[in-house]
Design a protein around this ligand. Structure first.
Ligand code: NAP
Length: 502
């Protein structure tokens, strides 16, 4: 893309030196916010060769976002061009690339820069990349995403499979699937989208399901031309539509943290959708034994139709081992396959790793996070001055578009950065403030359906506590409206913040 690899413009108010790690939705957003403030002394380090995170990496057949497209945008950059209620993965990726270009962020992204370490030396941060790059920064913002590291199951014999095999986030587009026998291990949001996309294409699809999922029915309707025109011609109409979608999503999301009455209407829609599966044996296989919403809800209007097609077989006997010809289940049956796909999710608790972050007095983030990832408001960690996260551990989820959440966090972060620049200081959250905040969030999370609904999910940390803040977006915005400066230690930076042009 034109301009994608041009050097950033020079001159003007450079501002503090900021290193942003990752060029996904959060990293691009931070770039936009810094530029809007007139600060240009920043770099976005991206380990891949192209911009993006989730929507660059997840290119499996059927990849789409089950959050309404008009909500899955930055609030300040609506996209009147969406053609249907839910957007496809590549279209989302293009949207964020377009916005990054429009707001002038692209020249600030450096590609092929995998960050290995960030070390605080008292004056600032020294960020090093795998290729030997060294970046001095006053502030580091980790925008590395939560669902980034593919989780490959530890199934005996997995290496021995004779055909192509890969994780959904590393989809091999060169492998032909037409009329072939595909095995899919896992039944999360990803697998259900793949089943719906491939049921008619492959010869046979074996869906190896360990745990059934609740499915909330949604319909992907086209956006009529008049509406697309209205979005284009009337920013007010577009804005109202965005906020209507936001409140609807929030109302539904509240069910995760609300009582049973609040959840009843949503749950009933899941029960009704499941009841429409005709074959009672298949319906029984697809019936979960835990509460609706305990795992992240699958949102789909196509999965139950797809799974009833003759080409699809839901296998619930449990995977025992993998051998060259296919998957052997616990009943001793060999399921012969041509292609094997792991739809087994991500290690959501490997946040930032394997980057080695070393803060005050040589303490590492791994040490600070030995028990649980201790953060203050999911934004900062004790002993890590001027080191911040966007969409970090304990960010809210489940009740809002993640884009709204990271916007609220970025606006809060800009207030911190403003203070750091103005007063020439370093900010670090007080240990007791972080502990108190985290205890309160974890207690609410434990009481939510994620913690009490009787299931296993990627939400749960090693202690069995959901690592998500159950706050809604409105609540989060209120919590993050203004920093509580008493919760931070503020001390003069040892050296003047760099103000010279880059
Ligand atoms: P996931 O929800 O974590 O699901 C992983 C699946 O793999 C589960 O069914 C799990 O079974 C199964 N599994 C894991 N290890 C296994 C093993 N050893 N043997 C058999 N089965 C195994 O992963 P995901 O579907 O990739 O989704 C992850 C998250 O990404 C979602 O929750 C969502 O937040 C996000 N996502 C969003 C969208 C969207 O449209 N917005 C689309 C896709 C993904 P168990 O349930 O028994 O553990």
């Amino acid at each position: 893309m034109k301009g994608e690899r041009q050097p950033p413009p020079k001159g003007g108010d450079a501002g503090p030196r900021v290193v942003i790690i990752g060029s996904g939705i959060s990293g691009i957003l931070m770039g936009i916010k810094l530029l809007a403030r007139g600060w240009r002394d920043f770099v976005i380090l991206e380990k891949a060769e192209t911009l993006g995170g989730t929507w660059r990496d997840n290119r499996y057949p059927g990849a789409a976002c089950d959050v309404a497209a008009h909500l899955y945008v930055y609030s300040f950059a609506p996209n009147p061009a969406w053609r249907s209620r839910y957007a496809k993965g590549p279209d989302i990726w293009n949207y964020y690339r377009r916005v990054a270009r429009r707001y002038g962020v692209l020249p600030y992204i450096q590609y092929g820069k995998e960050v290995e370490a960030a070390e605080f030396d008292g004056a600032g941060w020294r960020v090093t990349t795998r290729d030997g790059g060294v970046y001095q920064a006053d502030i580091v913002v980790a925008a590395t995403g939560r669902l980034h590291h593919p989780m490959l199951p530890d199934i005996p014999g997995a290496e021995s499979f004779a055909g192509p095999k890969f994780h959904t986030a590393q989809w091999d587009e060169t492998v032909p699937l037409k009329d072939r026998r595909l095995g899919l291990i896992g039944t999360g949001s990803t697998a259900t989208q793949i089943v719906a996309a491939l049921a008619d294409e492959v010869g046979q699809l074996k869906l190896f399901q360990r745990t059934a999922q609740w499915v909330f029915p949604v319909a992907d309707t086209p956006v009529p031309l008049w509406k697309r025109l209205a979005f284009r011609l009337s920013p007010r109409y577009a804005r109202n539509y965005y906020y209507t979608l936001r409140s609807q999503t929030e109302a539904r999301g509240k069910a995760a943290t609300g009582d049973r009455t609040a959840r009843a209407a949503r749950d009933q829609q899941c029960f009704d959708a499941l009841a429409r599966v005709r074959d009672p044996v298949l319906r029984a296989k697809l019936t979960p034994d835990y509460e609706v919403g305990c795992k992240r809800l699958v949102m789909s209007g196509t999965f139950y139709d797809a799974v009833q097609k003759p080409s699809v077989d839901v296998v619930v006997e449990g995977v025992e081992r993998i051998e060259p010809r296919g998957v052997v289940t616990r009943d001793g049956q060999l399921h012969e396959l041509d292609v094997l796909v792991f739809a087994t999710g991500f290690d959501a608790h490997a946040y930032l790793r394997p980057i080695k972050v070393t803060g005050e007095r040589g303490v590492t983030l791994d040490e600070v996070w030995r028990e649980v990832p201790l953060t203050y408001r999911a934004i900062a960690a004790p002993q890590m001055p001027n080191f911040f996260f966007i969409n970090g551990p304990y960010s809210p989820g489940g009740s809002a578009s993640v884009v709204g959440i990271v916007e609220a966090q970025a606006d809060y972060l800009m207030q911190l950065i403003e203070r750091i620049a103005e007063r020439k200081v370093q900010l670090v959250p007080r240990q007791e403030a972080a502990v108190a905040w985290l205890e309160e969030v974890r207690e609410r999370a434990r009481q939510s359906v994620w913690g009490s609904g009787g299931c296993q999910s990627w939400y749960l940390d090693k202690t069995g506590t959901p690592s998500l803040d159950p706050s809604t977006l409105s609540e989060l915005q209120a919590q993050l409206a203004a920093p509580d400066w008493d919760h931070f230690v503020e001390r003069p930076a040892l050296v003047e913040l760099a103000c010279a042009a880059a």
